[in-house]
Design a protein around this ligand. Structure first.
Ligand code: NOJ
Ligand code: CA
Length: 703
C-alpha cells in the first residue's frame, strides 16, 4: 500500500475571483472553481481539453435564514494528493487503487459568519465533490430545503435515463437526446406499481449515463449517500442543458436535516472517451470510507436458488391462506386458519430446492413466503403485518434448518417489510437474533408499497437512514443484507461489505410482469451498477410465463446464452439461478455454465462496451485458474470480437455457450450452441450474438 499525502493551505487568498484549479494525477481531468462577482460558488470540468461540465452553480436553499448560495468569500484552499491500494472483501478485482488529487475550497459568508467547504477529488477517470460543514456556532442545526448543485452539460447529449421517482427505480430505460426527455416522459413513466411517485415532468434518476456527439461518455451519480436524501436530476433550461439536483423530500417537503460537523454525499462525474472505462471506474467505491467491519471472514459471496420465481409468475403464492385475519398479527391462531393450497414455501417444496441446491453445488436456498403476514401484507393491519419470526404452519423451520445443514446448504432469510418501516425497526433485533438462532447468515429484505408512516418516500433522508441502520445492525449480528426496493447503492459496500447486493432497479421479476427491453442488461452496468452490485436474479430458461401460469401473459425477453452472460456482465457477489429445477432439467447442458461460474474475482477486463448495445467482460475467478467471459447483447444482432490476451501464457480449453444461427429473444430463445475449442492468449474470437442474445465462455487450463 502506497500513500502520499501533501497538504497546502493558502490562507487569505487575495484573488478570490480567480479560478482555483486542480487536475487529476495524469493531468487529463481538470476542475476550475470560481466565485462569481456576487460570491456564488461555481465549478467547471474538462477532460483531455474537452468541456465536460460547463460553469455550474453550487449551494443550498435553507428552510430558515440566508441561503448558502452567494455572498461567499474564499478563506482558504487545502490541497492534497492521495494514493493507496485497498483490498475489497469481494469484488470484480482483488485490489483497487484510490489515486486522486484533492482541492478543498473553504468558504465564508461574511454576512452570516457561516462556513462551508467544497471538496473536489480528481481521479484519472473523473471526479467527485461534496459540501462539508465544519463545527461552527452560526450553523449548528439546519434544514436544507433545496440543493442547488448543477451539472451544465455541453451540447444536447444522448441520455440513457429512467423517470424521476422518489419511490421506485424499477423502470425500463429510454435512450434519447436530453432535449427529448419532457416529450418522452409519459411513455417512460408507464409502470405498474401503485406506489410510484412522479418526481416531476423533467426529472430523471441517477446514475445517469450521457454520451456526447464527439464521443465522450459522462456518468453522473453520487457516492456515500449517508444521512441525506437521494439525488435525482431536474432538467432545467430549454436550450442549455442544465441538470439540477432534485432531492427526495420528507413529508413536510423539506430535504435534509443537518447537524454540523457534517458532509453531503459526493456528487460524481465519471468521464472517458472509451465506454469501457465507465464500467471499470472505481470512483464510487473510492469516495466511500474504508471498511468498518473488523472481522469480515463471515462475509461470503454466494450462488443460490430459491422458492421465488413461482410466486413472481403466480404459479404459487407467498401467503398460506386467503382469509384475512380478524385480529392483530400477534394474536392469530394459525391452527384454525384455512389454507388455499397454493402456498409455495411448504416444507416439501423447500426440501426439493435444498436437494436441488445440494446436487448442483449451490451455496444457499432463498425461501419467500415462509412467515405469517402475507395474507394481509398490503391491507388493513399493514403497520403491524409481519413479525419476521413466525413460520406458517406448513413450513417446518426446525426440520428444514437441520435438513439444509445436513446437506451443506444455507437457507437465506426473507424479510418483506411491506414498507412498514417502524414495524421492522421495532422487531429488527428479534428478527436478526432469530436468524442467528436458526443458522441463517443472509437476509433478503424488501420494501414493497407506500412507506408507513405515510407521506415518507423510499429515497428520503429518513429512509436512507433506515436502510443504513439495518445494514449496520446486521453487521453486529454478522448478517449479510440484500435489500430490494431500498435506495440505489452509492458504493457503501466498501465501508459495509455485508451489504452484499441490492435490487434498486428493474430486476428479472419484470420479465414476468410484462417484460423488460432486450437491451435492459446492456444499460444497467452503466447506470444502476455504478453504485454497487445488483441482485438481478438471472438464469430464466423458460421464456413463456403463460406456460407456467395461464393467467399471466408475459415473455422473458432474452435468449438462454444472454441469461448465462448475465452472471458476468451483471456483476454481483450474490447470484441467483432463478428458474425452476424442472426447467433446468430440460437444458442441463446450458445449466452447466451456471453451476461452473464463479461469483468472486481476482481481476476483470472490460473487452467491449457501448451503453444499451453490448457489454463484454472477462473475469478471473478469485484464487483459481479459471476464467469466464460474458457478452450481453442488446436489440441489434452483432458480431463480438475479442482477444483472449488477458490469459497467461499457456493452452486452455474454452467452452462456449452461444446463440444459434436463428436465435432471437422473442421467436427463438432456445436456439443455442455449446462448443469447445483450444485457446491461447493470442486467440481472437468472433462470435455472433442475436437480438437480446449473448454468449458465455468458461476457460480452464489444459494440463
Ligand atoms: C419485490 C422483490 O423485488 C421481489 O424479489 C420479492 O419477491 C417481492 N418483492 C416480495 O417480497
Ligand atoms: Ca422489486
Amino acid at each position: 500500500m502506497k500513500k502520499i499525502l501533501t497538504f497546502v493551505t493558502l490562507a487569505a487568498l487575495a484573488a478570490a475571483a480567480q479560478a482555483q484549479t486542480v487536475t487529476s494525477p495524469d493531468g487529463q481531468v481538470k476542475l476550475d472553481f470560481t466565485l462569481t462577482p456576487s460570491g456564488q460558488p461555481q465549478y467547471e470540468m474538462s477532460y483531455k481539453g474537452k468541456e465536460v461540465i460547463k460553469p455550474s452553480r453550487l449551494g443550498f436553499e435553507l428552510m430558515k435564514g440566508k441561503a448558502l448560495k452567494d455572498g461567499f468569500k474564499v478563506s482558504g484552499i487545502d490541497t492534497l494528493t492521495f494514493d493507496e491500494t485497498w483490498t475489497p472483501v469481494w469484488g470484480e478485482e482483488n485490489a483497487i487503487r484510490n489515486h486522486y488529487k484533492e482541492m478543498r475550497v473553504n468558504l465564508e459568508q461574511p454576512e452570516t459568519g457561516r462556513k462551508m467547504s467544497i471538496a473536489f477529488r480528481l481521479f484519472n477517470d473523473g471526479m467527485g465533490f461534496r459540501y462539508e460543514f465544519p463545527m461552527q456556532k452560526k450553523l449548528a442545526h439546519f434544514t436544507i430545503s433545496d440543493e442547488l448543485t448543477e451539472f451544465a452539460v455541453p451540447g444536447n447529449p444522448t441520455a440513457y435515463w429512467i423517470p424521476g421517482d422518489w419511490d421506485t427505480q424499477e423502470y425500463d430505460y429510454t435512450k434519447s437526446r436530453l432535449s427529448e426527455i419532457p416529450s418522452l416522459m409519459d411513455e417512460a413513466y408507464t409502470h405498474h406499481n401503485k406506489w410510484q411517485s412522479f418526481a416531476g415532468p423533467r426529472t430523471i434518476q441517477t446514475a445517469l449515463q450521457l454520451k456526447s456527439d464527439d464521443g465522450l461518455y459522462v456518468n453522473l451519480h453520487e457516492a456515500a449517500l449517508i444521512n441525506y436524501p437521494c439525488m435525482h436530476l431536474d432538467l432545467v433550461g430549454d436550450t442549455a442543458f442544465v441538470l439540477k439536483a432534485n432531492l427526495a423530500a420528507d413529508p413536510a417537503g423539506m430535504k435534509a436535516n443537518m447537524q454540523a460537523p457534517c458532509t453531503t454525499p459526493w456528487r460524481t462525474v465519471i468521464v472517458s472517451d472509451d465506454a469501457r472505462d465507465i464500467l471499470a471506474s472505481r470512483i464510487t467505491y473510492n469516495l466511500n470510507d474504508p471498511c468498518k467491519i473488523e472481522d469480515t471472514s463471515w462475509i461470503k459471496p454466494c450462488k443460490y436458488v430459491g422458492v421465488w420465481w413461482e410466486m413472481i409468475t403466480g404459479k404459487s403464492k407467498w401467503s398460506y391462506t386467503n382469509d384475512l385475519p380478524d385480529t392483530h398479527i400477534d394474536k392469530v391462531d394459525w391452527t384454525k386458519v384455512k389454507p388455499h393450497g397454493r402456498h409455495g414455501a411448504t416444507t416439501a417444496n423447500t426440501k426439493r430446492y435444498i436437494d436441488f441446491a445440494a446436487e448442483h453445488g449451490f451455496d444457499a436456498v432463498l425461501v419467500e413466503g415462509w412467515n405469517i403476514g402475507w395474507e394481509d401484507w398490503s391491507n388493513r393491519f399493514k403497520d403491524e403485518v409481519f413479525d419476521f419470526v413466525t413460520p406458517y404452519p406448513d413450513f417446518d423451520l426446525p426440520y428444514l434448518r437441520d435438513y439444509a445443514k445436513s446437506k451443506g446448504v444455507k437457507l437465506i432469510m426473507h424479510h418483506e417489510t411491506s414498507s412498514s418501516v417502524r414495524n421492522y425497526e421495532r422487531r429488527l433485533d428479534q428478527a436478526y437474533q432469530f436468524m442467528k438462532d436458526n443458522g441463517y447468515d443472509a437476509v433478503k429484505s424488501g420494501y414493497v408499497g407506500n412507506i408507513i408512516p405515510r407521506g415518507n418516500n423510499h429515497f428520503s433522508q429518513w429512509l436512507v437512514n433506515h436502510y443504513q441502520y439495518c445494514v449496520e445492525k446486521a453487521a453486529d449480528y454478522k448478517i449479510m443484507v440484500n435489500a430490494h426496493e431500498a435506495v440505489r447503492p452509492t458504493g457503501i459496500a466498501r465501508t459495509w461489505p455485508n451489504l452484499i447486493a441490492n435490487e434498486s432497479a428493474r430486476g428479472t421479476e419484470y420479465q414476468a410482469f410484462g417484460g423488460s427491453k432486450p437491451s435492459h442488461c446492456t444499460i444497467l452496468p452503466f447506470t444502476r451498477q455504478i453504485g454497487g452490485p445488483m441482485d438481478y436474479t438471472p438464469g430464466i430458461f423458460e421464456n413463456d410465463v403463460e406456460k407456467i401460469n395461464p393467467k399471466k401473459k408475459s415473455w422473458v425477453n432474452s435468449t438462454i446464452p444472454q441469461q448465462l452472460s448475465l452472471y458476468l456482465t451483471m456483476y454481483s457477489p450474490l447470484q441467483m439461478a432463478a428458474d425452476f429445477p424442472e426447467h433446468y432439467a430440460k437444458y442441463m447442458d446450458a445449466f452447466q455454465f451456471i453451476k461452473d461460474v464463479a461469483v468472486d474475482w481476482d481481476k476483470s477486463w472490460y473487452l467491449e462496451a457501448e451503453p444499451m448495445e453490448y457489454v463484454t467482460v472477462a473475469r478471473k475467478a478469485k484464487g483459481e485458474d479459471r476464467w469466464f467471459v460474458g457478452s450481453t447483447n442488446g436489440y441489434d444482432p452483432r458480431t463480438s470480437e475479442v482477444k483472449l490476451s488477458f490469459l497467461p501464457k499457456g493452452k486452455y480449453k474454452a467452452t462456449i455457450y452461444r446463440d444459434g444461427e436463428n436465435a432471437h429473444y422473442k421467436t427463438n430463445p432456445h436456439d443455442y450452441v455449446i462448443e469447445t475449442r483450444t485457446v491461447t492468449p493470442s486467440t481472437k474470437l468472433k462470435i455472433k450474438t442475436a437480438a437480446g442474445g449473448g454468449y458465455a465462455i468458461s476457460i480452464v487450463p489444459i494440463q
